[in-house]
Design a protein around this ligand. Sequence first.
Ligand SMILES: Cc1c(Cl)c([N+](=O)[O-])nn1CC(=O)Nc1ccc(S(N)(=O)=O)cc1
Ligand SMILES: [Zn+2]
Length: 259
Amino acid sequence: SVWGYDSDNGPDRWHENYPMAKGDKQSPIEINSKDVRHDTSLAPWHASYDPGAAKTILNNGRTCRVVFDDTFDRSVLRGGPLVGAYRLRQLHLHWGSSDDHGSEHIIDGVKYAAELHMVHWNPKHGNFAGALKQPDGVAVVGIFLKVGKTPKPEMKRILEEIDNIKTKGKEAPFQHFDPSILFPKSRDYWTYHGSFTTPPCEECITWILLREPIEVSSDQMAKLRSLSKNGENEPVNPLVDNWRPPQPVKGRIVRASFK
Ligand SMILES: Cc1c(Cl)c([N+](=O)[O-])nn1CC(=O)Nc1ccc(S(N)(=O)=O)cc1
Ligand SMILES: [Zn+2]
C-alpha cells in the first residue's frame, strides 16, 4: 500500500518498501541544546528569491506544497553550511491535529504546531532527481510555526489559497510570492546532515533549522487542518498529523551558528 501517516502505512512501516528509512542519517531528530556545538566557522545564510518564480500551490494528499520554477538559478539559497547556490524547488508544511504538536524536529522537548520546509537542490547534480542521490544534493530550511497572539501576516497568502485546494490533487495558480517574507527576524540556525522526512527518505539533505519560530494564530492552524487527504468525491479524511517522529541521531553532530 502507498505510504502515509496512518497505522497501516505510517512511519513505523515505511522501511518495508523504503529500506533507506532505517538508515544512519535519518530525519527529523530531537535537538538538545546541551549536545549542540557552536561552530564559529559557520557563515550566515542568504536567500535571494524571485517572486516571479512561484507557480502553483497544490494538495497532494500528504501536504500543501508551493512549487517554484527551478529551471535556472532564479531563486537561490547560499552560505551557511552550503557550498554554492542551491535552487528553491518547493515549500510545504507538516502539522498536527491540535496546536500542541505537529512539527517534525523537536527542540529541547518542544513540539511546535507546525514546521515549514523550503526545499532547495544543488544544480551541480543536473536535476532534482539526480541531487537526491548525493550527500550534498539538497538543502532544506526549516521554520517552526508557534501559535501566538501576533500572527505573521505573511502566512495569510498561503492560507487564503487553502479553500481552493481542499482535496487531494487540487492545484491552484500561486504567483508573485517571495517566500523569504516568511523568515523570522533572527538568522540563527542549527545545521546537521539528514534525510527526507518522507519516503524514499534519501540521506541527501543539509538541514538548516531556524532557531526563532514564526507566529501563527490558532485560527490559521485550524485553516491548515481543514485540508483533506481524500479526493473530491471520497469520504472526508482530514489532512492532519503529517509529521514523522524523531529518528536516531546515531552520533551525528548538530552545529549551531549561535552561542
Ligand atoms: C521524491 C521526489 C522526487 Cl524524485 C522529485 N522529483 O521531482 O524528482 N520530487 N520529489 C518529491 C519531493 O520533493 N519530496 C520531498 C519529500 C520530503 C521533503 S522534507 N519533508 O523536506 O524532508 C522534501 C521533499
Ligand atoms: Zn517536509
